[in-house]
Design a binder for this molecule. Structure first.
Ligand SMILES: *[C@@H]1O[C@H](CO)[C@@H](O)[C@H](O)[C@H]1NC(C)=O
Ligand SMILES: *[C@@H]1O[C@H](CO)[C@@H](O)[C@H](O)[C@H]1NC(C)=O
Ligand SMILES: *[C@@H]1O[C@H](CO)[C@@H](O)[C@H](O)[C@H]1NC(C)=O
Ligand SMILES: *[C@@H]1O[C@H](CO)[C@@H](O)[C@H](O)[C@H]1NC(C)=O
Length: 757
């Protein structure tokens, strides 16, 4: 073979390989992406009325449904919608996408793909941490960024448009594994979080004409238990339902959320997914919800197999559709032809299918899913908008603001608290820093439940080394194992170091969707590790605690050998950097707890199955609103490296007539009386007459405002709008009524009389 022939052959071979690759890309990869997007560019659809954007949405929806066969309708009601091909061409659509704290989940059963050109998403702090910022603007910005990334994923063919976030169930018990996904234990904060999340993710439909990404408030309602959740029946009083479990869902509807998910559990004997009273009467009729209701995944199966609520499969199909559920996450309907059979035997009418489908399609239309290419909204979001520099910076900023300083006591020998660390102190006198504990090198633990794939994770050890390179470290033990213990080594390191920083805590295997906790202590050998370190450390130790739910810190709160406690949860991709910034004073911590930190005794006093908020049947009551015991760290607790002093601008009592509308303003002056600048959250509570008695709350959070960067000696005036709605309480029938009499307004340690007459 001569040289020329050889070159020719090689060339041909290269061309063949290129052709094969191109074919694979064109035939296999691209259609999947394109098909998801432009339904109305398909020749068979493009001239039909449902693709005509000059028509009203409801007539387009009606037109589309009229062209579907019965078989197709049945297939379209499952979350993995099979599409349609008989008269119209609807591609595969997966309703299931997640975006709890950034576009999330790389699992085969959801519709989101982490692959080029969107391999990564920005992973923001888990919500229980983000919430400690008490910062509406930050809530909005995170959701806005998440919604923009979600659209970019969709535009790249890598996600649907329907995202099943946020989780706004009340974190009423520290054992609940998924409490970390929520804003915490307070209904008002949860509602405010929900509003901002929905606004940020969904964008401005009013202005743009389309929803950016559909949010879904879940899990309706009173869900807060993982173990046994499929058959659990939540026994909830009308009063608790009204003032604790429902307000955040109502807020979602007020802010025009486009979806609500029903819980696995039952509510007072009726599975949530088959609960016509709540799903139809309350959510749709009383609140005016305009969107689709989806079951939690497998919840229709649970109605039949777990709750055994209904005797036959056919009647189960009827019950959930009749209740008002529209899209089934799961496959009860189709797996064995149950829905088909239910239509045949007359339990389910085709009109019921049409109603459910129309609610789903209506939302897809509002998202622009049925627009032609030239009218397709939000096309400007491109792969480069995902994991962008701006979003990375926001994630770091959010992580810093999600850290809570629980303790920072003055050290006798230095006359100053241990934090912030001044690294110059270490360079000058040859002192040494030791990091000890299983979270020294925490990485994926910072991602928390329901996370995406970040392009990097900042580890504490590396980030602390950027401030002070000569750091020694020793894990000492694993998070949750009795093996591989190096307690002796850790003890030796502690003994020879001038400052020890402990990195302890739990992870999402201990608290997660797979399970609730049965204790709230440190796991594995960590309690042992801490004990040994405290016994030998030369200076009070700094403790960094990583968790979502509360850990019993009662043993360390008053132990002088523990100088400082920093609670850093699953704070996202920049977790290690944010922690280092706080330890070294590059960020002055401003987080305040949104959950009560109980001690272990609490767990013996009330079971996780007991849904009562109020102290009844031997329960000490739950959350700061009703708990009659002494918390280790209360709701709202959180220190700063500076101090803020509060005064009322006026000393006078406030009088609010029952008939009043609008705001009666109270002005609080907040002054930074320390030397460092800092952010600060001003929380306002009201306590009713007879607070804590006869089912009345001890106090309720009614307002919070975030002050950014208050510099030394600066004064900021905070205007608090008091309106008559703040002075209503739910009665035993779950009806809110104005309570007249003497209320107490509480802002930090200030109180003021408010007379409602
Ligand atoms: C929120 O996202 C929109 C795009 O949907 C963007 O135009 C806007 O600047 C973002 N808002 C803020 C405050 O960053
Ligand atoms: C509904 O289903 C049950 C059980 O499968 C069956 O006995 C009944 O005839 C069905 N039809 C109607 C209209 O109830
Ligand atoms: C920390 O963890 C990373 C991976 O997450 C690993 O590459 C590195 O070696 C670890 N460092 C130490 C000091 O254990
Ligand atoms: C506490 O719970 C964890 C996991 O939930 C478990 O591993 C550990 O053994 C428990 N500890 C005690 C003292 O019961």
């Amino acid at each position: 073979m001569n040289r020329r022939k050889l070159v020719q052959l090689v060339l041909i071979a290269v061309l063949v390989v290129i052709a094969v690759v191109v074919t694979v890309v064109v035939v296999v990869v691209i259609p999947k992406s394109v098909e998801q997007k432009v339904i109305c560019e398909k020749p068979r659809n493009s001239e039909l009325p449902f693709c005509d954007s000059s028509l009203p949405i409801d007539s387009r929806v009606h037109d589309l449904i009229s062209r579907l066969t019965l078989q197709e309708k049945i297939g379209l009601l499952g979350h993995k919608s099979a599409g349609a091909s008989h008269n119209v061409e609807l591609g595969y659509y997966n309703w299931w996408n997640e975006a709890l704290h950034g576009v999330a989940w790389n699992y085969e059963y959801v519709g989101t793909y982490f692959r080029p050109p969107t391999e990564y998403s920005t992973v923001f702090p888990q919500i229980i941490s983000l919430a400690t910022s008490f910062d509406r603007e930050l809530f909005f910005l995170m959701a806005n960024a998440t919604g923009n990334e979600a659209r970019a994923f969709h535009n790249a063919g890598n996600a649907g448009l329907t995202f099943w976030s946020p989780n706004i169930n009340i974190f009423r018990d520290p054992r609940w594994g998924r409490g970390q996904e929520t804003p915490g234990e307070d209904p008002y904060l949860s509602a405010e979080y929900a509003r901002n999340f929905v606004d940020g993710l969904q964008g401005e439909e009013d202005k743009v004409g389309f929803v950016k990404a559909s949010a879904c408030c879940k899990h309706f309602a009173a869900h807060s238990i993982e173990e046994g959740r499929d058959s659990f029946d939540a026994i909830v009083t009308e009063q608790d339902m009204a003032d604790t479990y429902l307000p955040a869902f109502k807020a979602c509807v007020e802010n025009k959320v486009t979806s609500i998910m029903t819980a696995y559990s039952g509510i007072n004997g009726v599975p949530a997914t088959a609960n016509k009273y709540y799903v139809t009467d309350v959510i749709r009729q009383q609140w005016g919800f305009d969107g689709y209701i989806v079951s939690d995944c497998g919840a229709v199966d649970d109605v039949f197999y777990e709750h055994k609520y209904i005797k036959t499969e056919s009647e189960t199909c009827h019950a959930v559709l009749d209740a008002g559920m529209d899209i089934e996450c799961g496959s009860f309907f189709t797996r064995s032809g149950f829905l088909q059979a239910a239509v045949s035997d007359g339990n389910v009418t085709e009109a019921m299918l049409d109603t459910a489908l129309s609610r789903g399609f209506r939302v897809l239309m509002r998202l622009g899913y049925f627009e032609k290419d030239d009218k397709m909204p939000y096309k400007e979001f491109l792969p480069e908008d995902v994991d962008s520099e701006t979003h990375r910076q926001l994630a770091l900023d959010a992580a810093r603001r999600s850290i809570v300083l629980l303790k920072n006591d003055v050290t006798e020998s230095t006359g100053a608290p241990p934090l912030p660390l001044h690294h110059l102190d270490f360079t000058s006198n040859g002192a040494s820093v030791a990091l000890i504990g299983p979270h020294v090198n925490a990485s994926t633990v910072f991602l928390g439940n329901y996370h995406g794939i970040p392009s990097f994770i900042k580890l504490p050890l590396n980030e602390i080394q950027r401030y002070w390179s000569d750091v020694k470290w020793e894990a000492g033990c694993e998070v949750d194992s009795l093996e591989n213990n190096r307690l002796i080594e850790a003890e030796n390191l502690a003994r020879s170091s001038s400052q020890v920083i402990l990195f302890v805590g739990i992870n999402t295997e201990i608290e997660g969707e797979t399970g609730d906790r049965h204790n709230i202590t440190f796991t594995g050998l960590q309690t042992d590790l801490i004990r040994r370190v405290l016994a030998v450390a030369l200076q009070p130790v700094i403790m960094v605690v990583v968790s979502g739910g509360a850990i019993d810190l009662s043993a360390y709160k008053n132990d002088r050998r523990v100088g400082a406690i920093v609670w850093a949860g699953y704070i996202g991709q920049s977790g290690g950097e944010a922690i280092a910034d706080v330890l070294f004073g590059n960020y002055n911590p401003s987080g305040r707890l949104t959950q009560t930190f109980y001690d272990t005794n609490f767990l013996g006093q009330v079971t996780i199955q007991d849904m009562n908020m109020r102290p009844v049947n031997g329960s000490p009551g739950r959350t700061y609103r009703f708990f009659t015991g002494n918390p280790v760290y209360p709701f709202g607790h959180g220190l700063s490296y500076t101090s803020f002093q509060y005064t009322f601008a006026s000393e006078a009592d406030v009088q609010i007539p029952q008939s009043s509308s609008g705001c009666t303003y109270v002005v609080v002056r907040v002054q930074n009386i320390g030397s460092l600048p800092g952010d600060h959250s001003v929380l306002t509570f009201v306590a009713p007459p007879n607070a804590g008695l006869e089912g009345r709350p001890i106090k309720n959070l009614k307002d919070f405002q975030k002050l950014h960067n208050v510099v030394a000696s600066q004064i900021r005036d905070v205007q608090i709008c008091l309106n008559i709605d703040m002075f209503k309480l739910a009665n035993v029938d779950g009806v809110f009524e104005i309570v007249s009499g003497e209320w107490t307004l509480m802002v930090a340690d200030l109180t003021k009389r408010v007379v409602v007459y």
